[in-house]
Design a protein around this ligand. Structure first.
Ligand SMILES: C[S@@+](CC[C@H](N)C(=O)[O-])C[C@H]1O[C@@H](n2cnc3c(N)ncnc32)[C@H](O)[C@@H]1O
Length: 252
């Protein structure tokens, strides 16, 4: 084997290692986003009305100056994940944080309900625009304009029959909101024709896990669309650009 070939193989190995780390530690993105939301960073940037410097952000958050570097690292990660952006301040050397389309959708006037089994939310404390409700999604779902399946991977846990029951409950709830109602899900969509071989393999690993750990499965676009149709939804949009997962939006 010549030197060039060994270098290529070593690089592929390192890339594969980075790929595995990214997936194993994927929860860090949701943790960091949760932290930014809990601190109210999108609201602060929105209310500031212009790009906000790190010093201004530290002062608005009322946190010790020694935490500046920690906050800067959190923001750097969330910029990389496309939740914030940095822009040059007018006529100055400094840069300031601004919202992106993703963080603009976090409307300060919006109230969110986290709905889960009673014991999961029992000790959670409501905040100004976030409340926790315990219950069973097979019986009823609290009223909402938009139902968002918490971050990801809820429906793939369940059989087609159960997914249908959940989707029908969701549809009943959002229909009360008239035109505004929609259900948003982030879940795996199998697409052997489009996906890279490794991505399909990882999706299939999840399919096997769903088969042996619970009663669920991973589904193709056609299989998802069939379920949405059977549950009575009239329109569906599937956007496959969230790494392994797709965003699926359905309207009643
Ligand atoms: C696989 S986890 C969701 C994973 C999470 N979305 C994430 O991204 O890490 C499934 C969630 O559904 C909740 N759950 C299970 N059965 C439920 C039911 N009948 N009603 C409401 N929530 C339920 C579980 O407590 C759990 O929080």
């Amino acid at each position: 084997m010549d030197l060039n070939q060994s270098l290529v193989e070593a690089n592929e190995l390192f890339e594969a290692q980075a790929h595995i780390y990214r997936h194993v530690l994927n929860y860090t993105t949701s943790m960091s986003l949760g932290c930014a939301l809990e601190l109210g960073i999108p609201d602060i940037i929105h209310n500031h009305g212009k790009p906000i410097t790190i010093q201004e952000l530290v002062s608005k958050l009322n946190i010790p100056i020694e935490k500046t570097l920690h906050l800067q690292r959190l923001m750097r990660f969330l910029i990389h994940s496309n939740f914030f952006s940095l822009t040059k301040l007018h006529d100055q050397e400094d840069e300031g944080y601004i919202l992106t389309t993703a963080s603009k959708s976090w409307n300060p006037r919006m109230t969110c309900t986290v709905f889960d089994l009673l014991h999961v939310v029992a000790d959670k404390i409501d905040t100004r625009n976030l409340k926790y409700v315990g219950g069973d999604m097979f019986s009823s779902i609290p009223s909402a304009d938009v139902i968002f399946f918490k971050l990801k991977n809820v429906l793939h846990n369940w059989t087609d029959d159960n997914v249908l029951k959940i989707l029908k409950r969701c549809r009943e709830t959002i229909r009360l909101s008239g035109d505004k109602g929609k259900v948003i899900m982030i879940d795996i969509v199998l697409d052997e024709a489009q996906d890279r071989h490794e991505i399909t393999e990882t999706k299939m690993v999840f399919d096997v896990l769903m088969m042996v750990l619970v009663t669920g499965r991973e589904r193709t676009k056609v299989e998802w669309e069939q379920l949405f149709l059977e549950a009575g939804f009239s329109q569906c949009k599937i956007t496959p650009n969230f790494g392994m997962r797709s965003v699926m939006e359905v309207l009643p």
